[in-house]
Design a binder for this molecule. Structure first.
Ligand code: KG4
Ligand code: ZN
Length: 342
């Protein structure tokens, strides 16, 4: 029997809706909010307002593109957290309204679990390669950096995580001090291609946790390098932008890869996936693929459209939860910090 799920994602600055039938994606509509660019970061209040404006047309388009009317849905999956509370509230409230109006059950989804389960989405014209269980997933986004041991779609264990900034934050904050637009990750990725990654050396962390990460020291070291050089040459950043980006990106990738390799050795797991916005980074994608070739891993690198926030990943997570009868009640509230992966 086929199960049809509508997914709704509104945790940060993208309003997205998607329809999935079993594991096959029928539509995935994303409205990105341009309003934040001029502020150099996401303004929570503006994000909630933009979600409110976008959510009805985005859901409507996703249903139409999929050729599905609301009465044909088996469940509505929505992001409960983690994320910006006001933004989450828009998606959660909308899901409740649609659920009550059409008498369809709701399924809450953890945004982080969604990023990981994006590896199980199939496209109408082709099945995607899926990792086997257990596999390790390096989850790298704007708010999180974790190594997760995934034993089944609903059984995940965080075995390493950042003790301060996330990898995406390191990209975004360093981009900001260079005067680059938000979000900084994609811009650094592009500029890094023209730079020399050996031009600058930045601090690498020493963390106690075996598979943990830290990026705040790198950020400080980057800031000090800039400050020292700019004192002598005010045009330093402009002249060396590509080299700074290439060296910064290489350092971030090295930090991520060191812990990921350690985790594969310790767990003896050879199916290795990456997920989250930073997994769009071309340098990281190449580095993980190369590490896999050398170490005999099967690597799973998501399609670019499934790396950053999208509702397809919420819909697929909802599908697995719905199958297990994990429905949510109408008194459910969004949660800004949902540390537990489930
Ligand atoms: O997963 P995501 O869309 O949102 C969160 O859940 O946080 O991740 C957003 C993060 C931002 O920090 C952004 O700079 C980063 O992903 N990002 C990238 C690239 N594309 C997006 N970082 C490095 N290289 C990229 N190509
Ligand atoms: Zn995300």
């Amino acid at each position: 029997m086929s199960i049809t799920i509508l997914g709704i994602e509104s945790s940060c600055d993208d309003t997205s809706a998607a329809v999935i039938q079993n594991t096959t994606l029928l539509s995935n509509v994303i409205a990105s909010q341009a309003v934040h660019v001029k502020y150099g970061g996401v303004i929570p209040e503006l994000a909630s307002r933009a979600h409110q404006q976008n959510i009805i047309p985005v859901v409507d388009t996703a249903l139409k593109e999929a050729g599905i009317t609301p009465d044909k849905l088996d469940a509505i999956a929505f992001t409960r957290g983690p994320g910006l509370l006001g933004s989450l509230l828009v998606g959660t409230s909308f899901a409740k309204g649609l659920s009550i109006a059409n008498n369809i059950p709701m399924v809450e989804v953890n945004h982080l679990q969604g990023h990981i389960l994006s590896h199980f989405i199939d496209l109408p014209d082709r099945e995607m390669p899926h990792p086997s269980f257990p596999f390790l997933c390096l989850l790298v986004s704007g708010g999180h950096t974790q190594i997760v041991k995934v034993s089944s779609p609903l059984d995940m264990e965080i075995i390493g995580s950042t003790i301060d900034d996330a990898a995406g934050e390191a990209f975004d904050k360093c981009a900001k001090v260079m005067g680059l637009p938000y979000p900084g990750g994609p811009v650094i990725d592009r500029l890094a291609k023209e730079g020399n990654a050996e031009a600058f050396t930045f601090a690498k962390p020493h963390v106690k946790g075996e598979f943990d990460f830290s990026f705040s020291g790198l950020k400080t070291s980057f800031l000090y390098t800039l400050r020292d050089h700019v004192k002598e040459d005010p045009d330093f950043v402009e002249k060396h932008k590509a080299d700074l980006c290439a060296s910064l990106q290489k350092t971030i990738i090295d930090i991520l890869l060191t812990q990921l390799i350690k985790a594969t050795k310790k767990t003896n797991i050879k199916d290795v996936a990456i997920a989250g916005g930073v997994s769009a980074n071309s340098g990281l994608r190449e580095a993980v693929a190369e590490a896999g070739r050398r170490r005999g891993w099967r690597t799973f690198i998501p399609e670019l459209k499934f790396t950053t926030d999208n509702a397809a990943m919420i819909a697929i997570s909802g599908y697995y939860r719905y199958q297990q009868g994990m429905l949510s009640s109408y008194d459910i509230a969004p949660v800004a910090r949902l540390e537990d992966i489930l």
